[in-house]
Design a binder for this molecule. Structure first.
Ligand code: NAD
Length: 463
């Protein structure tokens, strides 16, 4: 672990499984409560100096980005080992983390002058909060950590990061490689189980919790942060709908929809998780998606040419299998895939489901894996109602040859990002967050940065 700029071992360790084999590949430190206290104390002690020198912060973040660019493949290998994604994607994730650090290192954070007259000069400043507790999931451990680290640090906060117990190694490595470019205590990385996350959210030192994970845990985090009014940003689950309008080209759109549904093996919060297709096009779209699913290469992320790795962990693997089996038992048909791949590891066939009941669990719940239900609709109002008829509200998309028409439908989606003729187009400058149970607050862009600050009014009387 990285605590106060030093390498720290824990009294105990836990196994980290390679999902391509199902075997323990390495061990990670299981931080004690005292070690969490030490990490929080290190972050608190580093805060006054860090918050006072904006230029030094920007320089350090640029240097941190360069370290990630230079060591992307080395760190990417660790990510593939514990997460399962193909090495090229893992390496790109490390590069992406660097891109986010660089973006925020260069983002202006100027005060706004809202009055300057004979009576007063009034400026609105954004001040850092103090220590941030950052908790991340296992699907994009490094990218999602960077979404927190970059804005939090550039704003002048210091941070303690806890990765998921399924993917701790790459984040521990991140802490290690950044020790030389960040002052001690500015970025601390600890690992452990879910308990460690709960200790963090109830710990007296952090002023802010930035959490990415499931809705159920997000609610616990919000409750745990409430007694001392810690600020929270919650990036939670999604059940994104893609609505195809009646003028799409089935083959072309299926290609794009497949990409956005199966990226990272469907383990993306804002992946397409259900597709609504006009009745007349439904058969063609199902067949085009199924052909795509049958044609992709699934395997160990270290094998050249593999496009999709295993599901990350056993509970998730079993959950995807359970949701698919439930749909099939309820009358659905697998146009492609339909079950786990024989052999070791958590491999699941890319699955396209048709004839799925709109109430099936795989439609209503977040599957977060390589299985996609394709549902027919009669009129657009019905499709919009179904897309919105959920507690989730992360993102969604509408596809059409007429972008204006699609834009009008997209505007009716109750979600944080509504895409037209694309899905999963994310960028550092574009805010990202969820409506309803998909989250509180946003990440990315200046808005994401504001989430790591408190407004301060500096009112100078001239009277
Ligand atoms: P999870 O909620 O099980 O775990 C997330 C993190 O929270 C882990 O680090 C875990 O150890 C920690 N944790 C568990 N219990 C805790 C507690 N009581 N207090 C504090 N921390 C605790 O989620 P997961 O299974 O790792 O990730 C998958 C979920 O994350 C999916 O629902 C997915 O949609 C969501 N997700 C959302 C976004 C987004 O930006 N909206 C991005 C990626 C993933």
């Amino acid at each position: 672990m990285t605590i106060g700029g030093r390498a720290v071992a824990a009294p105990a360790t836990f196994g980290v499984v390679n999902p391509a084999t199902g075997e323990v590949a390495d061990r990670a430190p299981d931080a004690s409560r005292e070690q969490l206290d030490a990490a929080m104390a290190a972050a608190r002690d580093a805060y006054p100096a860090w918050r006072s020198d904006e230029q030094a912060r920007r320089k350090a973040l640029l240097a941190a980005a360069d370290v990630l660019f230079a060591r992307s493949e080395e760190i990417g290998r660790i990510l593939t080992l514990e997460q399962g994604k193909p090495l090229a994607e893992a390496t790109m994730e490390v590069v992406g983390a660097g891109v986010w650090l660089k973006y925020y290192a260069e983002l202006e954070l100027a005060p706004e002058v809202i009055q300057d007259d004979a009576a007063a000069r009034v400026e609105v400043h954004r001040r850092p909060l103090g220590v941030v507790a950052a908790i991340t999931p296992w699907n994009y451990p490094l990218l999602l950590a960077a979404w927190k680290i970059a804005p939090a640090l550039v704003a002048g906060n210091t941070l303690v990061l806890k990765p998921s117990p399924y993917t701790p190694l790459s984040s521990l490595k991140l802490g290690e490689v950044l020790r030389d470019v960040l002052p001690p205590g500015v970025l601390n990385v600890v690992s452990g189980g879910d308990d460690l996350g709960a200790w963090m959210t109830s710990h007296p030192v952090p002023r802010k919790v930035s959490f990415t994970g499931s809705v159920a845990t997000g609610k616990r985090v919000a409750a745990s942060a409430a007694p001392d009014l810690k600020r929270v940003t919650l990036e939670l689950g999604g059940n994104d709908a893609a609505i195809l309008l009646d003028d799409v080209d089935p083959a072309a759109v299926a290609d794009r929809v497949f990409g956005a549904a199966f990226m990272n093996n469907g383990q993306v919060c804002s992946a397409i998780k259900r597709v609504y297709v006009p009745e007349a096009l439904h058969g063609d779209v199902v067949e085009a998606l199924a052909a795509k699913a049958r044609g992709v290469k699934v395997g160990d992320g270290f094998t050249e040419g593999v496009q999709y790795g295993p599901v990350n962990n056993r509970p998730q693997f079993e959950r995807v299998g359970e949701l698919v089996a439930d749909a099939l038992a309820g009358g659905a048909r697998a146009a492609a895939g339909g079950g786990p791949v024989d052999g070791p590891g958590y491999f699941f066939e890319p699955t396209i489901l048709t004839d799925v009941s709109p109430d099936a669990r795989i439609v209503v719940e977040e599957q977060f894996g390589p299985a996609l239900p394709v549902l027919p609709y009669r009129d657009v109002d019905e499709a919009v109602a179904q897309a919105n008829g959920t507690e989730f509200g992360l993102s969604g998309s509408v596809w059409s040859a007429d972008a204006d028409r699609a834009g009008e439908v997209a505007a009716r989606l109750e979600c944080g990002t509504a895409w037209v003729n694309t899905h999963l187009a994310l960028a550092p400058h574009q805010p990202f967050g969820g409506f309803k149970w998909s989250g509180v607050g946003v990440e990315n862009g200046p808005w994401g940065l504001y989430g790591f600050t408190e407004l301060q009014v500096l009112h100078r009387s001239k009277g």
